[in-house]
Design a binder for this molecule. Structure first.
Ligand SMILES: *Cc1c(COP(=O)(O)O)cnc(C)c1O
Length: 418
């Protein structure tokens, strides 16, 4: 059975009594330790760590990372605006986006950086701001994501400019006198040093063809084990061959390239737990299943329903000797896919989990809820309000960082027809 990571049963009850459930509880100590590990990524000629803020964009988290010296990877103009409002200066923000929104030129004029992620984006940036500095996001032709929904490199991924289109890129760059200073490749979640080494080498070959480029951004995708049996990326192990590749490149080309990385998952995944309450229990007879129903679900944590992601689940019964019991854990939505215990990578398949036997009213903690959870919910389905977010400070204090939504807030943009 899985264990609590940073909470204790008493802290969980304290949080429930103070803020209600469901609530996300972020751990300042874990966030800080992960940021420091990222800042220690091996590098030859300097390093910038950008937080991929789409993982969890709450201002309290942005400000914590800002204090620790991280910069920002934004994935939309809305995220750029959010980072600015949280206090980041424009020069610390790089936008890499699937949809280049209309107001982008205003932000670039303020000093926000951009990675062109398609030939059309490159043209539009050139037309709006000829002569501007620019980054180029390439799809280097390989990926390492776990499945088709998390893979972001290779021929089945639309992210970035396909690596064989460099000639077109050169034409557009020249046409608008753009100055390409950064190459960006982000290929998805992986922990294999051999893949990272290969991507670094392929990416440096792209750098070689653009003489103004002084920075290579290798993106994020540092896989983190949420379940205790799953491995996590060792940044020192994957960074070492990357560092050597940069050193060798400097020897042959005379160019000392600055390294950037953009972790999201690595910083956040295990830095947050979703605190819920068991609100019902039922079974489908001796040949069926025991079900525990929580007061949260896909409205807070969509990853299990979306890709069969595995998250540790810990029930906290009053009786510490409660016997182990096999459960299917369900969310509160009227949607049969709202299941927190799918089989790995198979959201359609139920897989019972052995948990301490729980009763209605007991707290239930879902671990690994920091990355792509509060940020990527089935928001307001069944009209459930968005959950509260809490920060567990290093001194043990629990602080509210986002209030629970109200029904009035859910309804506020509805307009009655004439
Ligand atoms: C999402 C994203 C990241 C972060 O990915 P993780 O897997 O969460 O580390 C980094 N860079 C870009 C461009 C992204 O889109």
């Amino acid at each position: 059975m899985e264990k609590l990571r940073f909470l204790t049963p008493d802290k969980a009850r304290e949080a429930r009594d103070a803020f209600g459930t469901p609530a996300y509880i972020y751990d300042e100590a874990t966030l800080t330790a992960q940021a420091q590990a990222a800042l220690n990524f091996p590098n030859a000629f300097g390093l910038t760590v950008r937080y991929a803020m789409k993982a969890s964009p709450n201002a309290a988290i942005l400000q914590l990372f800002q204090k620790l010296g991280l910069h920002i990877d934004a994935s939309s103009l809305y995220e750029v605006e959010r980072a600015l409002r949280a206090g980041f200066s424009p020069g610390k923000i790089v936008l890499s986006t699937q949809e280049l929104g209309k107001g982008f030129a205003e932000y670039l004029k303020k000093g926000v950086h951009i990675n062109a992620c398609s030939l059309d984006q490159l043209r539009r940036i050139g037309e709006a701001l000829p002569g501007n500095e620019i980054g180029l996001r390439f799809n280097p032709g390989v990926g390492s994501g776990g499945n088709n929904r998390t893979n972001v490199g290779g021929p089945s991924s639309s992210f970035g400019i396909w690596h064989e289109k460099k000639k077109e890129v050169h034409q557009i760059v020249e046409q608008y006198s753009l100055k390409a200073i950064r190459v960006h490749t982000h290929i998805g979640s992986g922990s294999d040093p051999a893949i990272w080494s290969k991507v670094a080498l392929m990416s440096l070959e792209v750098v070689r063809e653009f003489s103004d480029v002084h920075t290579l951004d290798l993106g994020g995708g540092y896989k983190v084990g949420r379940m205790s049996h799953e491995p996590s990326t060792d940044l020192q192990a994957i960074g070492q061959p990357v560092k050597e590749a940069f050193e060798n490149f400097a020897k042959e080309s005379g160019r000392q390239i600055h390294l950037e990385i953009e972790p999201g998952t690595f910083l956040l995944a295990n830095a947050c737990a979703l605190l819920t309450t068991v609100q019902d229990a039922t079974d489908t007879g001796p040949d069926g299943y025991n079900f525990l129903k929580l007061d949260g679900g896909m409205t807070e944590l969509l990853r299990p329903s979306l890709y069969g992601a595995q998250h540790p689940i810990i029930t906290l019964p009053e009786d510490p000797e409660a016997p182990p019991t096999d459960y299917i854990v369900c969310g509160h939505c009227c949607e049969s896919g709202d299941i927190l215990t799918p089989a790995p990578d198979q959201p359609e398949v139920l897989q019972p989990r052995t948990l301490a036997r729980a009763s209605i009213g007991d707290p239930c903690v879902i671990e690994g809820a920091g990355a792509y959870c509060a940020a990527m919910p089935a928001k307001n389905y069944n009209s459930f309000p968005e959950a509260a977010e809490i920060l567990l400070r290093q001194d043990g204090n629990l602080q509210l960082i986002r209030k629970r939504q109200t029904l009035d807030q859910i309804l506020q943009n509805e307009v009655a027809p004439e």
